[in-house]
Write a protein that binds this ligand. Structure first.
Ligand code: ADP
Length: 443
């Protein structure tokens, strides 16, 4: 696959598309995960603030008597409380035991009157945002640019009069650090994932291209073999014609010999073309296939009769053994004839003089079995699967006398498939072969 630039380019394009699409999906998923985590984290912070405000509100409200005045007992609940703008040490928020919870992030508490003027604070709150004073939730920024999330709640006196507001805020620096680490993770993780996706895409594109490449190679091989097969008779015709043209005073016998050679080669050409046409029609499923009741006993008797002379000339004994009578299959009689004929032709052609070709007809359940057994040259195990390939011949010397173009078994196999049967070979090199054909019997 590496030698072919077209396929490598296509593989690269496929891998690039695949990686691009996967990268885009991963990118969108990464952004979605980031936004989701940011939102849930932010909501968790808001929930914490709200819980703290609620608890402080419930604990402090019963102590409030006059609007704008804080009872000294509030200090017991909030130890670092600074009243009236006095300077106080910041207090660790984990010391605020209202909730019995530890708050690691710096919280602040601010009490304001109804006009939002600060009355008391715990820790140093950021400056209030006058534009958003009435809102429950606010994001505030201090002079150093640190951001805080703040929640405000109305406080009422024990007599039910509005007292002022309690505002609790929490620094968002932990949250921002969390988002920053999430971004770093995604920014490093995504390119690493992209590189892995790129590698995987290249590998997957290779896997996807392999069958295409294999069939492309098969077509290339087929074209080369077909050209080779057609060239042999053409070259023979050309050579014969040239020799004849160079002969002075050509007599009638020589002219007849020339024409006979040309006719023979022409027949060979016509046979190859016809076989190729038949195969391609069977591939395209456009070859008309009849559905006749075919009697296999008759078919085999006819074939044995027709091949008797050929067997005698090859000094091979052709025998028939019908072990089950009246076996009928539904199919195209002409094609079935061609199928068994190819097997018999091979069996005789690849047998040694003095050998035997045995033709058997058997029945097994609802299947008819035709066996063509010979005592010929045999086929090596490694070759046994390849002999059904188009133009494949065990002996690749195409100038030899025996055998055809290597299409006989390919045609036989195609006919078998059209008739929903099977064709298997068992062979021992140097001893002989058995071709077993199974066809479903007529029901
Ligand atoms: P060909 O026209 O060359 O016979 P086939 O497709 O019929 O082509 O057969 C393919 C190859 O399988 C042959 O070239 C031959 O080498 C081998 N073969 C087929 N039948 C036999 C057999 N009965 N005995 C030995 N070899 C066989």
């Amino acid at each position: 696959m590496h030698q072919n630039r077209l396929f490598n380019r296509t593989r690269l394009q496929l891998a690039a598309w695949y990686a691009g699409v996967m990268g885009a999906i991963l990118g969108v998923c990464g952004v979605a995960v980031y936004l989701h985590l940011a939102e849930t984290h932010f909501e968790a912070i808001a929930g914490e603030i709200q819980t703290l405000v609620g608890s402080l509100h419930d604990s402090i409200e019963p102590m409030l008597e006059k609007p704008g005045e804080l009872h000294p007992r509030v200090r017991q609940i909030l130890p670092g409380l600074c009243v009236g703008g006095q300077l106080c040490r910041p207090v660790k928020t984990s010391h605020i035991h209202v909730l019995g919870a530890d708050y690691q992030d710096p919280y602040y508490v601010r009490f304001t009157n109804l006009s939002f003027q600060t009355l008391a604070t715990v820790n140093t709150p950021p400056p209030a945002d006058s534009a958003a004073q009435g809102k429950n939730w606010q994001i505030l920024t201090d002079e150093k640019g640190r951001r805080y999330h703040q929640f405000s709640m109305v406080l009422t006196t024990s007599a039910g009069q509005p007292w002022g507001y309690i505002q609790v805020g929490r620094s968002l620096s932990g949250y921002q650090r969390y988002l920053a680490s999430l971004k770093v993770f995604l920014l490093i993780g995504l390119p690493i994932a992209m590189v892995s996706i790129g590698g995987a895409s290249w590998w997957l594109a290779g896997l996807a291209m392999q069958p295409v490449y294999n069939s492309y190679r098969q077509i290339q091989q087929f074209t080369a073999d077909a050209a080779h097969e057609l060239r042999t008779p053409l070259a023979a015709i050309q050579a014969t014609v040239e020799t004849t043209l160079g002969t002075e005073n050509l007599n009638l016998i020589e002219a007849q010999t020339t024409l006979q050679t040309i006719t023979r080669q022409n027949q060979r050409l016509a046979q190859i073309v016809q076989d190729l046409l038949m195969l391609s029609r069977m591939d395209l499923k456009v070859l008309p296939t009849k559905h006749q009741n075919c009697c296999l006993d008759d078919l085999l008797h006819d074939l044995v009769e027709e091949f008797a002379a050929f067997a005698i000339s090859a000094k091979v004994s052709l025998e028939l053994s019908i072990q089950a009578q009246d076996l009928y299959v539904v199919g195209d009689e002409e094609q079935l004839y061609r199928l068994v004929m190819n097997l018999i032709t091979n069996a005789i052609q690849y047998s040694y003089p003095g050998g035997t070709v045995m033709l058997r007809l058997l029945k097994e359940d609802s299947t008819a079995i035709i066996q063509v057994e010979d005592t010929g040259v045999g086929i090596e195990t490694a070759e046994q699967t390849r002999i059904f390939d188009r133009f494949y011949r065990v002996n690749q010397d195409r100038s030899r006398q025996t055998g055809g173009a290597g299409l006989g078994l390919a045609i036989a196999q195609a006919i078998v498939e059209l008739h929903k049967g099977s064709l298997k070979v068992q062979s021992q090199f140097g001893k002989g072969s058995i071709f077993t054909l199974r066809l479903p019997l007529k029901t």
